[in-house]
Design a binder for this molecule. Sequence first.
Ligand code: SAM
Length: 253
Amino acid sequence: MQIDILTLFPQVFPTFISSGILQRAIDRELITVNITNIRDYTHDKHHTVDDSPYGGGAGMVLKPEPIFEAVEAIKPDPADRHKVGEFPVILLTPQGRLFSQQIAQELSVYKHLVLICGHYEGVDERVRQHLATDEISIGDYVLIGGELAAMVVVEAVARLIPGVLGSAASPIDDSHANGLLEYPQYTRPQSYRDWDVPEVLLSGNHGEIARWRREQAIIRTWKRRPDLLDKANLNPAEKQFIKRLETEQAEPT
Ligand code: SAM
């Protein structure tokens, strides 16, 4: 997958990209990350990227021209034939659709993504209307710029690309991957300060372990994020199990 990030602050990305798993994915040519400085697409001697808002008000707004030109200059990877217009051009904005594991999965099948980081008061509306094909928010809060949001999207999407994580199975049981939070994880030592690892995990019985993990994932989701259960893929026995949990909770002790 080719990922192009357009930003006014290219200097914040190199350390992020060269972190373990992402760097390995780049080395193995599973992903390419290109950072474009929006300022390189200005034509005046001051390299102006922003201007005051029409109608007045505080702050500055990113001008449309450098952003349009930066996106239009993106060269798709010669290995695939995708052209501008055939891949998502994502504007990072607190007004976008709320990012989730499901959206990460949806984006992970593309061969190419373009992420536009805004700054200051935001971006001229014509970028949203005529250039972006998608708008993503990473949460109901306002950041200074879109750089952290771009990093969140890159990490969440990249780890879903086959081969990026060591084991192909590892994203499958992750929290949110199947609508449930993940079961509890333990490692050595077997006993720490008298806190023991659950017996079943030491049993070597893979069927029992899988059953225990599934049950724990359901209990954990029911306790912490019951809102997720409506959309989780549960069989009739598991739905009954949740009913039992609810009944037990409702019973006076
Ligand atoms: N005035 C804008 C508004 O109220 O919608 C907020 C602008 S914010 C200070 C500057 C930039 O940070 C945005 O253009 C966007 O790229 C990025 N940003 C801020 N919060 C974000 C969020 N929750 N998700 C994604 N990007 C965000």
